[in-house]
Design a protein around this ligand. Structure first.
Ligand SMILES: Cc1cc2nc3c(=O)[nH]c(=O)nc-3n(C[C@H](O)[C@H](O)[C@H](O)COP(=O)(O)OP(=O)(O)OC[C@H]3O[C@@H](n4cnc5c(N)ncnc54)[C@H](O)[C@@H]3O)c2cc1C
Length: 547
C-alpha cells in the first residue's frame, strides 16, 4: 500500500495509515526512514518524542561538552541505586531529538572485532556473522581514506581521523607499545586490536549524526512524514498482530495504522518500555503493574553497558586544548566551526582508542582504554577574569564484555513515567576483577617512559591507591558507564531471546525492534556504528533484499 503524503506541514501531523510506522528517530530510526522510503514504493511515518536538531551545539563537535553539562536533548535517566557502586544512581543519558543519541554522543566511530559478530551468530543470531555484516558496515560510511576491503567510500555517515595535533597522543601510542600492546593503523579495518588513532563520525568538521546523514537527505520525499514532539505510548495490537501505534501530539492521543509493519527504534531503555506498556513482556511483572500480558517474553532483561573508571594525571606544561579554551579564542572557534567546519572547535579532545586483551587466550579484546585530553575541571578561562585550570589528561579502562546483567522495568502503566533501570553492575563474580586488571594495565601504560615529558603526578585516584582493595574502592565510588546500554530485547533462537534473527518480536506478527536493544550482547566497541549497521541490514530484511 502506498499512502499519499498529507497536505499539511511535514513536522505537523499525520494521516490515517502508512505502510511503516517507525518509533524513534535515533541512530536506527533515521537509517530506516531513509532506506524504507528510498525506492518510493512504500510510505513511512517516523515518530520522534524529541524536537528538531537545529541547535548549533549539536553540529559543532566541541559543543558536546556544554550539551552534556546542561543535559540538553537528554531524557534525563539514571539507574536505580547500584548496590555494588556504593548505592550511587548512575547517570544514563539518552538523546531526545532528531538523531537520538547520535546527536549527543562523543562521535567515536568504532565497529568492534569480527569475533564479536561471529559470537553473535554462534549464539543464535543467524545471519549476523562478520562476513554477513561487513557489507552493511561499508554501506554506512564515507571513510576519509576511501574504500578498501573493509571500509566504505560512499555511505551517508562521514568518518574522519581525529584532528588533534596534540603530541600527547603519539606519546600514548609509544607508551602502549612499551607496555607490550600492539598498535593498529585502522581499528575498523584489518587490525581491530591495539592502540590506534581515533576515528570520529564527523564530516567536513561537523557532527555526522544519523539525522544529518540519513534523515535530512530523505526529507524531500513525498512518501516520508516525520512527526517530532510525538511520543508513542502504545503499540496497537489485534490479537497477536501489530496494527499501528498510539502516540501523543500537541497533547492529544492519536492512533495511526501501519499497513505493513510497526518498527520500534526507541533505544535500549525506551523500546522495552513501550513493548511492556503494550502488554509484551514478562507476564508476572506486567500483571503486577496492572497491564494485561499479551505474550510472556523476557523484554527488558539482559541489559548490559560498558562500565569505565578514570586514572588522571596532571600535565605540567599546558597542551593545545587548554590554550584553545581561552574564552575569546573559543568564542571565535565555535563561530568558525559552525560557519566553516574548521578550527579548534571541530577537534574532539581525544585522539586515541585502544582495544586490548587482558589475557592472550581470549578471542576478542575484553578491555578498552579511552583517553581524555583534559582534566575534569576544564573550563573556559580568561586572563584577570577567570584563571586557567591546571592542565591534565587521563586514561579510562573500560570493561567491554561484562557478565553482569541489569534490567529495564516499568515503574507504572503510565507512559510518562520514566522506565526503572537497574544496571546491576559488578554483580557477576568476575567483572570487578577484570576491571581492576584493566585499571592496573592502564596505569602501567601511563607510567611508561614515552609519557614522561607530559606526565605530572597522578591526581586520581592518586599514587597512594595501590592495593586491590584501594582500586576496588576507587571503582565502586567513581565508575560510570560509557553510555552504551544494549541487549534489552536480544535477538536469537532460544527462549531467552525477545526477537528472532530477523528482528521480529517472537509470537507477534508485523512487529520488529531495530536498535541497540536487539544486540545479543555488547561488542568490543562504542556501539553507534554497530547500531547503524544493524539498521542498514534491517532495511534489507524488511524489504526482502540482499546486500
Ligand atoms: C553521551 C553519549 C555518548 C556516547 N558516545 C558514543 C560514541 O562516542 N561512539 C559510539 O559509537 N556510541 C556512543 N554512544 C552510544 C550511541 O550513540 C548509541 O548507542 C546509539 O546512538 C543508540 O542508537 P539507538 O537507535 O539504539 O537509540 P537512540 O539513538 O537513542 O534513538 C532512540 C530515539 O527514539 C526516541 N524515542 C524513544 N522513545 C520514544 C517514544 N516512545 N516515542 C517516540 N520517540 C521515542 C528518542 O528520543 C531517540 O531519538 C553515546 C551515547 C551517549 C548518550
Amino acid at each position: 500500500m502506498w499512502q499519499k503524503k498529507p497536505a499539511h506541514d511535514r513536522f505537523g501531523g499525520a494521516v490515517q495509515a502508512y505502510d511503516y510506522v517507525i518509533v524513534g528517530a535515533g541512530s536506527a530510526g533515521c537509517v530506516l526512514a531513509n532506506r524504507l522510503t528510498e525506492d518510493g514504493s512504500a510510505s513511512a511515518l517516523l515518530l520522534e518524542a524529541g524536537g528538531r536538531d537545529r541547535h548549533p551545539l549539536i553540529h559543532i563537535p566541541l559543543g558536546l561538552g556544554r550539551m552534556h553539562a546542561r543535559g540538553m536533548f537528554d531524557w534525563g535517566y539514571h539507574t536505580e541505586p547500584e548496590p555494588n557502586l556504593n548505592g550511587r544512581r548512575i547517570e544514563a543519558m539518552r538523546g531526545k531529538v532528531l538523531g537520538g543519541s547520535s546527536s549527543i554522543n562523543v562521535m567515536a566511530f568504532t565497529r568492534g572485532h569480527p569475533g564479536d559478530y561471529d559470537r553473535w551468530a554462534q549464539k543464535g543470531a543467524l545471519g549476523w556473522s562478520y562476513p554477513d555484516v561487513l557489507p552493511y558496515f561499508k554501506r554506512c560510511e564515507t571513510w576519509q581514506d576511501g574504500e578498501n576491503a573493509w571500509r566504505g567510500g560512499s555511505g551517508p555517515i562521514g568518518v574522519e581521523w581525529a584532528r588533534t595535533k596534540d603530541p600527547l597522543y603519539d606519546a600514548w601510542i609509544a607508551a602502549g607499545k612499551a607496555a607490550g600492546f600492539p598498535a593498529t593503523d585502522d581499528y575498523n579495518g584489518h587490525q581491530p586490536e591495539g592502540f590506534g588513532r581515533s576515528q570520529y563520525s564527523i564530516r567536513h568538521g561537523r557532527r555526522s549524526s544519523a539525522a544529518t546523514a540519513y534523515l535530512r537527505p530523505a526529507l524531500g520525499r513525498t512518501n516520508l512524514t516525520v512527526a517530532t514532539g510525538a511520543p508513542a505510548t502504545r503499540v496497537l495490537l489485534q490479537g497477536a498482530r501489530a496494527v499501528g501505534v498510539e502516540y501523543v501530539k500537541n497533547g492529544q492521543a492519536t492512533r495511526i495504522e501501519a499497513a505493513r509493519e510497526v518498527i520500534l527504534a526507541g533505544g535500549a531503555f525506551n523500546t522495552p518500555q513501550l513493548l511492556m506498556l503494550s502488554g509484551i513482556g514478562p507476564a508476572d511483572h506486567l500483571n503486577a503493574i496492572g497491564i494485561r500480558p499479551v505474550i510472556d517474553l523476557p523484554v527488558g532483561r539482559n541489559l548490559q553497558d560498558h562500565l569505565a573508571v578514570f586514572i588522571m594525571f596532571a600535565r605540567p606544561t599546558a597542551g593545545p586544548f587548554r590554550d584553545a579554551m581561552r574564552f575569546d579564542r573559543m568564542a571565535l572557534a565555535m563561530l568558525r566551526a559552525y560557519l566553516f567546519g574548521t578550527g579548534p572547535a571541530t577537534v574532539v579532545p581525544g585522539g586515541l582508542h585502544a582495544f586490548v586483551k587482558s589475557r592472550l587466550d581470549i578471542a576478542v579484546p575484553d578491555i578498552e582504554f579511552m583517553f581524555r585530553g583534559a582534566p575534569f575541571d576544564a573550563h573556559l578561562w580568561f586572563p584577570l577574569v577567570k584563571p586557567a585550570y591546571m592542565d591534565g589528561f587521563g586514561i579510562r579502562p573500560t570493561l567491554l564484555h561484562p557478565d553482569s546483567r541489569g534490567e529495564v522495568r516499568l515503574r507504572s502503566s503510565n507512559p510518562r513515567d520514566p522506565p526503572c533501570i537497574t544496571g546491576n553492575f559488578l554483580s557477576a563474580p568476575g567483572d570487578l576483577a577484570r576491571l581492576r586488571e584493566g585499571f592496573k594495565r592502564a596505569r602501567e601504560v601511563a607510567n611508561q617512559a614515552p609519557l614522561a615529558p607530559f606526565r605530572g603526578v597522578e591526581t586520581a585516584p592518586g599514587a597512594h591507591a595501590r592495593s586491590d582493595a584501594d582500586i576496588d574502592g576507587w571503582i565502586r565510588s567513581t565508575a560510570i558507564t560509557a553510555h552504551h546500554p544494549a541487549g534489552t530485547c536480544a535477538m536469537g533462537l532460544s527462549s531467552d531471546s525477545v526477537l528472532d534473527p530477523e528482528l521480529k518480536v517472537r509470537g507477534i506478527e508485523r512487529l520488529r525492534v531495530v536498535d541497540a536493544s536487539a544486540m545479543p550482547d555488547l561488542v568490543s566497541a562504542h556501539i553507534n556504528a554497530c547500531v547503524l549497521m544493524m539498521a542498514e541490514k534491517a532495511g534489507d530484511l524488511i524489504m526482502g533484499l540482499k546486500p
